[in-house]
Design a protein around this ligand. Structure first.
Ligand code: GLP
Length: 244
């Protein structure tokens, strides 16, 4: 299902409704969380609802998708730091309930197998996703297999530049594979802004050259996009949520 709304704030609000409904069904939800700029307004909205007493979140468990290799453990750009600062701490989720690939492990392949097993054993109830301009999801760049597992990947130049990485910053990351993402019970893909229009259209049309194209095969995929990101989706997407 694709929901098109007018603004970034409405994307955040519609997505927060969906996360809230999931939490009402199961307070011990296992939530897969994305980083990047796109989900931050959602995380702010969840924090606001929690502060207002409208979102019981203390029993949530969070599972990251990916992490840069080569950043210090206290580097604020690490995805764990972003998720802790923007989501876990504001929602009162303890550090021990935030799971991420162990990028400091001596044996990264083993660490990847452990992380895949951890996600699979827990069972991700709802996976939040953003999308890169080249269609990447987590750090599954174009060419990633639809059944790929957790692994070390080299980041493309476009992804490094979009993520503001300079010449001395990480060139590699650990990412969960598309296979693990597809095993989540529900997927929630967020896309905002005109730079995502092409990538979103290719995802919706299941373009096999786009990593996000694999998502359309999932039985429970919700896409929430603002008008700019939805601009190439075809004939006049009908506003469905608070649009004027
Ligand atoms: C990052 C993350 C992805 C994210 C994507 C888009 O590299 N690994 O999980 O969805 O890029 O980021 P943004 O939302 O900042 O455009």
């Amino acid at each position: 299902m694709v929901r098109v709304v007018e603004s970034v704030d409405q994307v955040a609000s519609a997505a927060a409704d969906l996360v809230g409904a999931q939490l009402c069904r199961d307070r011990r939800t296992r939530l897969g969380v994305a980083t990047g700029a796109t989900p931050l307004p959602l995380y702010r909205e969840l924090a606001r609802r929690h502060a207002a007493g409208d979102l019981p979140a203390g029993e949530l468990t969070l599972f990251l998708l990916d992490e840069y290799l080569g950043l210090g453990t206290d580097d604020p750009r690490s995805f764990r730091a972003v998720v802790v600062d923007h989501l876990a701490r504001p929602l009162g989720i303890p550090d021990g309930a935030v799971h991420a690939p162990e990028v400091g492990a001596a044996d990264l392949q083993q660490a990847c197998r452990r992380f895949d097993a951890l996600r699979d054993d827990a069972g991700i109830d709802l996976q939040i996703l953003g999308i890169g301009r080249n269609g990447h999801i987590a750090f599954n760049e174009p060419g990633s297999a639809p059944d790929s597992g957790c692994r070390v990947v080299q980041l493309t130049d476009v992804t490094r530049s979009d993520n503001g990485l300079g010449p001395k910053d990480p060139t590699h990351a650990v990412t969960v594979g598309i296979g693990s993402i597809l095993r989540a019970r529900r997927l929630l893909l967020l896309a905002t802004g005109p730079t995502k229009a092409e990538a979103l259209a290719r995802a919706v049309h299941a373009d096999p050259r786009s990593p996000a194209g694999a998502l359309s095969g999932h039985p429970d995929l919700t896409i929430i996009a603002d008008r700019d990101a939805a601009a190439l989706l075809g004939p006049a997407p009908t506003p469905t949520d608070g649009a004027t």
